[in-house]
Design a protein around this ligand. Structure first.
Ligand code: SF4
Length: 456
């Protein structure tokens, strides 16, 4: 592939092999410190009725482990642990509601996991009752959920339509049998198509598909077949994530046959193949790993320069304030970031004591907010006038001049251009924007390995 060849000639593999945060927050969650529930309660107490916010609800249960999984989840075939967990979620929602003292307006509500589709319809209805009691979730709100196509039933699809869901994200990963067998996730493309038809029949037609590349047994031919299936499935949005092989953190990844994993060069080829394949069938690229139809909200936001990035990826929603609910979820408020305890059992114990389950986070300090805005500009728009961002924060225009000077290697390689103090990323290997953003990260630069995932 010519593009890869020309980028290899410029020694791209040197950068692609390095680690960098994914910048779903700044600073990255790797840097979080101890943070107590009272601090978070104080932050919640400063929210005012004129402000709106997003909600994220985490459900850390799945029925079967996919061997590539990097999420915070646990496996159960029984409904009791899920029911008990939702009871705890409802307790947390009531506690957050009481702390707020009013019902804030919610512009978006997202259920992620794990597999939030594991929650039974009547239990999901109870959860919605609790959410509506604490928050003002109006008809215009985006209400979305990540679903596993293997677990959707007509009863669940009815419930999603009834409860007001209007955006669905389907975990597809790859449609080819050998790849699915290698990752312990068998879901024939016919099953995925049936699932999408079931949702569309109920008016749930804003469907996104998640793909993963860099998986065992994936080849150029298998990816071509997956892309042809995706074209037939015709989703509004597609995300294509690079598989991060970290078996020292996620022990179940040891079950994968490492000898059949594509190497970094193959992964880059696969990324370029997906990028070209999706553009060829009419999708536009959004940020470093999303694609959407041209009329979709994400594509419009990208064109207007209003794309945002949060813990769920790219969004066209405002993301200045987010309340996370459930084990491991992260809230982002004006004062900083606050994370719930990851383990579902400890989450239950802390809630049982009548406390918010916050254990770690980050108080914004120093120049965090201005660096956060520069990094967000690069990650979302691939360009940032860093002098103007500094001035907006009351700093001199020259504030980032030393950082700009450290971009020299990227400029020399043709990855970045600098005009005045406007830094623009322009390379076909979009994942490299993480490395460029890293230059403006006060906490990540110059640290040792195994903190973040590799760029490719
Ligand atoms: S369904 Fe999703 S969260 Fe659950 S194990 Fe598979 S990849 Fe992980």
């Amino acid at each position: 592939m010519d593009t890869l060849k020309s980028w290899q000639d410029r020694d791209m593999l040197h950068w692609l092999g390095k680690e960098a945060p994914r910048y779903t927050s700044y600073p990255s969650a790797h840097h979080f410190e101890a943070l107590d529930a009272d601090t978070h309660a104080g932050w919640l107490g400063t929210l005012t009725p004129g402000q709106s916010l997003g909600l994220y609800v985490h459900v850390p249960f799945c029925e079967q482990m996919c061997w590539f999984c990097g999420c915070n989840t646990q496996i159960t075939k029984r409904s009791e642990p899920v029911e008990a967990y939702v009871g705890n979620l409802i307790a947390e929602i009531a506690m957050v509601g009481a702390t707020l003292g009013f019902r804030p307006r919610v512009h978006s509500l997202h259920f992620g996991g794990g597999s939030p589709g594991i929650v039974a319809p009547d239990t999901m209805a109870r959860l919605f009752d609790a959410l509506h009691e604490a928050f003002d979730i109006g008809a215009g709100a985006e209400v979305s959920i990540e679903l596993d196509p293997r677990r959707l039933t007509a009863e669940k699809a009815d419930a999603y339509a009834r409860l007001g869901f209007n955006r669905i994200s389907l975990g597809v990963q790859d449609t080819q049998g050998p790849v699915q067998a290698a990752i312990n996730r068998i879901q024939p493309v016919g099953l995925i198509a049936d699932c999408m038809a079931m949702l569309r029949d109920r008016g749930l037609d804003a469907i996104g598909i998640d793909l993963v590349y860099g998986l065992p047994k994936q080849t150029a031919a298998s990816l071509e077949a997956t892309l042809a299936d995706v074209a037939r499935l015709d989703p509004h949005r597609i995300s294509a994530f690079s598989y991060a092989h970290v078996p020292w953190v996620k022990k179940h990844q040891r079950l994968l046959d490492e000898s059949s994993l594509p190497d970094m060069r193959d992964k880059v080829r696969q990324y370029l193949q997906i990028d070209a394949g999706l553009h060829a069938i009419g999708y536009v690229g959004i940020g470093m790993d999303h694609f959407a139809k041209p009329g979709d909200g994400l594509a419009l936001a990208a064109a207007k320069g209003t794309l945002r990035r949060n813990f769920m990826g790219y969004t066209d929603m405002p993301n200045d304030r987010l309340i996370g609910l459930g084990a491991s979820s992260i809230s982002e408020l004006d004062q900083g970031l606050a994370q719930n305890i990851p383990q579902a059992t400890s989450y239950e114990t802390i809630l049982g004591r009548g406390q918010l389950p916050i254990v770690r986070g980050w108080r914004y300090r120093g120049d965090d907010r201005v660096r956060r805005d520069v990094i967000a500009g690069l990650m979302c728009d691939f360009t940032a006038d860093v002098g103007a961002v500094a001035v907006r924060h009351g700093l001199p225009e020259t504030y980032f001049d030393a950082d700009i000077a450290r971009l020299g290697d990227f400029v020399a390689a043709g990855i970045v251009t600098v005009a005045g103090r406007t830094v623009t990323f322009d390379a076909p290997l979009k994942m490299l924007v993480r490395s460029v953003a890293c230059i403006f990260d006060r906490y990540a630069s110059g640290e040792g390995g195994n903190r973040y995932s590799r760029v490719a």
